[in-house]
Design a binder for this molecule. Structure first.
Ligand SMILES: [Cu+2]
Length: 116
């Protein structure tokens, strides 16, 4: 019995140190290097709200999914995120134009970003 308690305590210490190591891993922090967003697009059900936004050159667009439905994000100019129910993606457009984006999981879950 006493031996079991010692083993359990040792295991607890190991688990504790593994946990604090995990907090130092930078991958667990979302990358937000693009600065504040000029337009924010939210996944609302199976549509983007708003679906069409307009920004100026070098402004940042942000896509937010924070519900229970899994979405992904694929768009022009390298916009991309893997399927997940919660994510925040930011993208800075450096050239004027009309860029489309979509969630490939839900048909019709598309939109455009107009950069002027
Ligand atoms: Cu979707």
């Amino acid at each position: 019995m006493r031996k079991f308690l010692v083993v359990a305590a040792a295991f607890g210490l190991l688990a504790g140190s593994a946990c604090s190591d995990g907090k130092k891993t930078p991958e667990s922090t979302p990358a937000r290097g693009d600065g504040p967003a000029a337009a924010s697009i939210k996944a609302s059900g199976t549509t983007w709200a708003p679906d069409d936004v307009s920004v100026k050159t070098d402004e940042v667009v942000e896509w937010v999914s924070d519900g229970s439905i899994v979405h992904d994000l694929k768009g022009d100019d390298g916009v991309s995120h893997k399927a997940s129910s919660t994510f925040t993606v930011t993208h800075k457009y450096s050239k004027p134009g009309t860029y489309s984006y979509q969630c490939t999981i839900h048909a019709g879950m598309t939109g455009t970003v107009t950069v002027s």
